[in-house]
Design a protein around this ligand. Structure first.
Ligand code: AR6
Length: 169
């Protein structure tokens, strides 16, 4: 069974087999978690992302999918990049958000990663309300068929941590 752990802090300070990046389709970096991961992880991550764009993902990584690179200087072996959906009040994109967690855990299984740290995907620049995102994230992880032993949600601030804590129950 996969254990779920909550941590408040900066995901780039975590030690885990894999750290998940809330990326965008370009895989070439951005703000938020993505910016922090590339800054602290160093240029090796971007080099592998560029190579992915030149090969398998010429059109970018589609929303809801995931792909791994080295973690560079981070305290992990791999970064798993996934692209969350932009929140929409008119359209239910929650299957895509759930897919980010499931696809990332599938990639983790392929790599043999046993501990995986996730940020709250789509809740920053992409505008997803935290409580709804937490509900989707926890349900997706709980229902995933995975060999990952520990999923750690790493929440930047206390309000986000509290929202996830309520969701875990
Ligand atoms: N550690 C943990 N959580 C963090 C950190 C950190 N270092 N930094 C931010 N958060 P976001 P998204 C929280 O915007 O919404 C980028 O430009 C943040 O408070 O990183 O999926 C990409 O390139 C929020 O709760 O990801 C994409 O273009 C959550 O992490 C776009 O943003 C996610 O915020 C992706 O947007």
């Amino acid at each position: 069974m996969t254990g779920i752990l909550l941590v408040q802090g900066d995901i780039t300070r975590q030690r885990a087999d894999a750290i998940v990046n809330a990326a965008n389709s370009s895989l070439l970096g951005g703000g938020g978690v993505d910016g922090a991961i590339h800054r602290r992880g160093g240029p090796a991550i971007l080099a592998e992302c560029r190579a992915l764009r030149a090969s398998r993902y010429g059109r970018g990584l589609p929303t809801g999918q995931a792909v791994a690179t080295t973690a560079g200087r981070l305290g992990a072996q791999w970064v798993i990049h996934t692209v969350g959906p932009v929140f929409s009040a008119d359209e239910d994109r929650s299957p895509l958000l759930a897919s980010c967690y499931r696809a990332s855990l599938r990639v983790a299984d392929e790599l043999g990663a046993r501990t995986v740290a996730f940020p709250a995907i789509s809740t920053g620049v992409y505008g997803w309300p935290m409580a709804d995102a937490a509900r989707i994230a926890v349900a997706a992880v709980r229902s995933a068929d995975t060999a990952v032993e520990e999923v750690r949600f790493v929440l930047l601030d206390a309000p986000a941590y509290e929202v996830f804590a309520r969701q875990i129950g």
